[in-house]
Design a protein around this ligand. Structure first.
Ligand SMILES: Nc1nc2c(ncn2[C@@H]2O[C@H](COP(=O)(O)OP(=O)(O)OP(=O)(O)O)[C@@H](O)[C@H]2O)c(=O)[nH]1
Ligand SMILES: [Mg+2]
Length: 363
């Protein structure tokens, strides 16, 4: 899963990236350079994997992964430049955006707009995303209108439907509704998928507060409630978290306790990301591998199989499923089967968080 960190210049993006990736990842080229993109891979901590590994002693344990990208400030979102530039493809490939919003005060770091104002900055960032999409949709609409004139009559209805979908989305976006909240038919959605629109992505606001400050909530901000509908949120001090990220885990935990801090930034951001994206993890076990897979909540079993291997979709026979907690209570699959907790499920079974699944595939 790709998550891209965006935010106004000097809001703390790279500091957050460091907090999320240092010491816990194969982060390639942790920060340092202000002009390059940083990419870091973080393994999603999951104690269930550790428990299962103790039972199966697999050759490898594979947690789910999140890839974080940190875009250089001037390129990421500076108002004058818009976001159509060099990193557009990175933005388009994201599953979600972490929008870093400055709420910290520092004489050493002047705010580009003068005063610190998280509501204003968040609104500016959300508008940037909308503007970028509006531009794309306007151009698409124009192009489709031209195409209509050149198209054979038989193919016109298709182009027309495409154009209608684009215009409907554009009008709704113009009225302030991001793609992810628009009521669209499946066919309209499939036309719009081509454009990889930025307001279709999940957004998690990271409110970057002063160290020691009380957590800040979106609800505390003077911002139109409609604008933040469906947006995830995390309140942290990126700087403190980045410093803790450099320590040994035990030492960091001690500091955390002393400072009265809760979960680490990594844990909070991962939780908010899964919640906002509506993701759950199912697990696969065996002598070879114990592994976690992130999928949308309630995805049909056949599609969950497809995330392991595309061939699994075609060859799907059935899924043997036991809930993680049931497995822990039973101790073995055989006991789970005896107690009727290991069930056989069909293609449409909605996958739940913590399901341990064995897919039977016709190869
Ligand atoms: N006091 C304080 N300073 C912070 C915090 N987070 C970041 N800073 C400082 O703010 C400055 C900018 O932080 P960066 O993380 O580089 O911000 P950025 O958004 O990556 O900046 P650009 O990439 O240039 O847009 C640095 O001097 C940081 O030390 C924070 O939580 N508290
Ligand atoms: Mg930066």
């Amino acid at each position: 899963m790709d998550i891209v960190i965006i935010g106004l210049p000097q809001s703390g993006k790279t500091t957050l990236f460091d907090a999320l990736t240092l010491g816990k990842s194969d982060a390639s080229g942790a920060s340092g350079s202000a002009t390059e993109m940083h990419l870091g891979v973080v393994k999603v901590p999951d104690p269930r994997l550790d428990f299962l590994a103790d039972i199966y002693h697999p050759r490898r344990v594979v947690p789910a992964e999140i890839r974080y990208s940190d875009l250089p400030g001037p390129e990421s979102m500076a108002k004058s430049q818009g976001i159509s530039g060099r990193y557009r493809n990175v933005l388009q490939s994201a599953a979600a955006f972490l929008v870093v919003v400055r709420a910290f005060h520092s004489d050493a770091v002047p705010h580009p707009d003068g005063a610190v104002d998280p509501a204003r900055d968040l609104e500016a960032m959300l508008s940037e995303l909308s503007f970028a999409d509006l531009e794309v949709l306007e151009r698409a609409s124009q192009r489709l209108a031209d195409q209509m004139n050149k198209t054979k009559p038989a193919e016109r209805p298709m182009v027309m439907r495409h154009k209608d979908a684009v215009e409907k989305a554009r009008a709704a976006l113009d009225a302030g509704v991001p793609l992810r909240r628009q009521q669209l038919t499946d066919s309209e959605r499939s036309f719009l998928l081509n454009y990889q629109l930025l307001t279709d992505k999940a957004v998690i606001a990271v409110l970057n507060t002063d160290e020691g400050a009380d957590p800040l909530r979106l609800a505390d901000l003077d911002i139109d409630a409609d604008l933040t509908l469906g947006i995830g949120e995390v309140s942290i001090s990126a700087r403190v978290e980045a410093e803790l990220g450099l320590m040994e885990p035990e030492e960091a935990d001690e500091f955390r306790n002393d400072l009265g801090l809760g979960e680490s930034a990594t844990a909070q951001v991962i939780r908010a990301s899964y919640e906002t994206l509506g993701l759950v993890s199912f697990l696969t076990v065996g002598d070879d591998e114990v592994r976690a897979w992130s999928v949308p909540r309630s995805i049909p079993a056949v599609d969950a199989a497809g995330t392991i291997h595309t061939d699994f979709t075609r060859g799907f026979i059935r899924a043997e499923v036991i809930a993680y907690d049931d497995f822990c209570a039973c101790g073995t699959m055989a006991q789970g089967r005896k107690e009727g907790l290991l069930r056989s499920e069909g293609k449409t079974y909605p996958v739940k968080d913590g399901d341990i699944i064995h897919f039977l595939i016709n190869t």
